[in-house]
Design a protein around this ligand. Sequence first.
Ligand code: PGA
Ligand code: ZN
Length: 401
Amino acid sequence: LITDIRLRRILDSRGNPTVEADVVTESGGFGRAAAPSGASTGEYEAVERPPTEAIAAAREHAVPRLVGEAYAGNQREVDSILRAADGTDDFSEIGANSAVAISMAAAKAGADVLGAPLFQHLGGTFRGENFPTPLGNVVGGGEHAADATDIQEFLAAPVGAPSVEDAVFANAAVHAEVADLLEERGHPSGKGDEGAWAPSIDDSEAFEIVDEAVSTVQDDVGFNIGFGLDVAAAEMYDADSETYEYESAGVSRDTEEQIEYIAELVDEYDLVYVEDPLDEDDYDAFAELTDEVGDQTLICGDDLFVTNTDRLVDGIDRGAANSILIKPNQIGTLSDAFDAIELATQNGYDSVISHRSGETEDTTIAHLAVATDAPFIKTGAVGGERTAKLNELIRIADDAT
Ligand code: PGA
Ligand code: ZN
């Protein structure tokens, strides 16, 4: 039984405040978790409130309904109380940041009571035995860095790695190789919010560099490393002109041109993963692209689906995308995230578990990815708040084998 919930403001990786929750149980269980925060947020995400307000509202509405009332190990009960206490569809009362911190902290307290690792508690006895392939962000721009690439993330995807440890180190090696190539080409660069290099180059040069870095590291390690993207196209879409604006390249594409451009990139670079290639409102364009290249690559909806089962149902009906990005803070609770994964699986959509650009040391998503047998996890390549998750994956694999 939950006997105490403490909420506080802590720092995230951008230096902004975020919500951390501690959940304590009668039998001595303890769980702590913190909410991440996006920069290129989807329009249909649950609402993140300023942490001070979110904490005050959660203390008033949610904490009294949980303490002395709910069991930390009963995730569905905890999460439905959070929803009822909030009373809105989008957590605009207590904030999705308070909600997700409490939801994840309760899961950790529940695991602690059982003496089980979090992935085991969440995934159960019959969870799959697979480990997710980490997608490593090595070059990026968009909303994550000023004066850098238009495409938000260029990702290394070590799909052939024999172990999660090999995959994690391969991504770090690609990240380092990219730095060397940028230096050689006269574009030494700092890093963006997720630790990816953020040079002021256009996308076509970034494609050349990442392609070369991936091949070099692939030859070194002797297993297949693929190439992926998060276009975050909603951020470049201009609804008035109905065009995608590539500012660093000075190019503008209408929807049909955007679909053709992405399909060409899939062919040219053998892309294994393409996230948000089109605007978050354009299910039809997503469907058209998926029809064209969906059997060659994962077309993933992040801003399109925002971890929301209602939006995923629409996508499934129309054949938009073939995978969904899962960010628990986009929807507010772990139960909702599990529902989205379950619905995706039933309909042949893959689930990709993801960090946010603003992160903390919290490792819940590493456990979530293992618990749900997700094929991919996107949690950066370097940087303490990213390596917190990557190193946790290595530890989980080490414990489990
Ligand atoms: P965000 O970016 O956390 O800033 O939304 C990550 C993503 O778009 O996948
Ligand atoms: Zn995204």
